[in-house]
Design a protein. Sequence first.
Length: 178
Amino acid sequence: MRKADEIRFREFARSQSVALRRSAYLLCGEWHLAEDLVQTTLIKMHRAWPRVVRTDRPVSYARKTLLRCWLDERRRPWRRAEQRDGVVPESADAGADPAVAVAHRDLRAELFRVLSAIPPRQRAVLVLRFFESLSVAETAEALGCSEGTVKSQTARGLAAMKAALDSSAPTALRSELP
């Protein structure tokens, strides 16, 4: 790889690694696996960087590569047998209000529980659409599917999330949900 391409790749990796890590965590729910997925994504991007940089869309390529790495990881047999019941410890912000921190932690835990309850394809669509703020067309391009598929997977994913939330809500709260 040429020196100029190497420098551009390093700048890209430095600027996008946090966003990729956040997306990977939303997909898989584990920080360690998210870091592994980002590392694998960046390795694959480094190999293809001269081609990728010519397309002027390296962020889209990175998202698509990250999604494929995550789906490949989910297909591995030892991942299917593993039970993930543990809680990832969160580091506390000393300046934050404890009540707010507890509420945020509870909401975050509930979000990850509900996201992990829906199928991988629907989870990928929801993460790209609502957490990465991609349009339907951009999500379809990232996943390599049609816009109609993105729309239907979004609707099914939201319905599955609502069902998962309804099933975990106390009986008194279930009657109040729309």
